[in-house]
Write a protein that binds this ligand. Sequence first.
Ligand code: ATP
Ligand code: MG
Length: 324
Amino acid sequence: MEAVIKAINVRKYFPLSVGIFSAKKYVRAIDNVDLELYSGEVLALVGESGSGKSTLGRVIVGLQKPDAGEVLYRGHNIYKLNNSLAKLIRHKIQAVFQNPDSSLNPRMQIFDILSEALLTKNPELSKAELLDGVVRLLRTVGLSDDHVFKYPHELSGGERQRIAIARALSVEPEVLIADEIVSALDVSVRAQVMNVLMDIIDKYRLSVIFITHDMGLVWSISDRVAVMYLGRIVEIGPTEEIFKSPLHPYTKMLLVSSPTASSTMAFKDLRFKARGEPPSPIDPPKGCKFVTRCPLADERCNVIDPQLNGVSENHKVACIKVNS
Ligand SMILES: Nc1ncnc2c1ncn2[C@@H]1O[C@H](COP(=O)(O)OP(=O)(O)OP(=O)(O)O)[C@@H](O)[C@H]1O
Ligand SMILES: [Mg+2]
């Protein structure tokens, strides 16, 4: 399958401000990650808070330059583009985040918010064409024409999130990074927005990175799952395989701890019930990053830093207990 996005050996460390005489310290948000997003797939990115999901999303969408490594869109390094290509590729990769309030200008009507986005793609559009485009976008996300001249504060949270999705669609993207886009919504609205999203993915043939904590959503929307722990991908594979026979002890922990996943998944080994907190990303363990919480760890895990290895063509895991 063809990769639309290829992240190669990507690293993003955030420097901590410490005293001038102490050694410089870093939050290792993303630590040498490789990831491919195939054309037309939905790849779920899961992992506890602070594991680096949003940072990886921001690096892939072009918002946060990595310290090392490359992000390729169809072979082009998105951080090394000439001007004409930069604009085109910026449109191809769009993101929607958890909180639309911070990205929708409260002083602009929906018409202006969406027109502004449409004009970045096609500056020649007339007022009538813009109105037509805005109405079309609103319908695509399941909103009526009544919303055209409203302000963001006149909309519900779910409606605002639909506007954020409509704005992302306005530039005809190929890749969508959806970072916790329904997490702040209540359950009934969450289902409606998810349905809109799934229709749009189909209709526009989007390739999607879907970041979430909700394993139930992962099950219903994604083709593949990548599991992150302390800035690393520790397991990646087809959704059904991950849910039925997870291999990494951390993936098992996530599944056992998830109330929504337990109804759909085959895996229910309670030895893997969540214990402890993740260690600090400033000073992670030397060997396996999961060693401090792993029920299977032995002394080798304190020293060997396991790399992602293929257990089958599409399924990879970083754990010496599985790989050896
Ligand atoms: N701009 C920043 N400056 C300093 N540290 C940061 C910055 N952004 C993220 N971090 C740190 O990087 C690590 C990864 O953060 P990130 O937001 O990517 O995690 P996440 O998996 O998205 O978490 P959550 O599920 O809570 O959204 C965290 O330790 C976080 O505190
Ligand atoms: Mg996040």
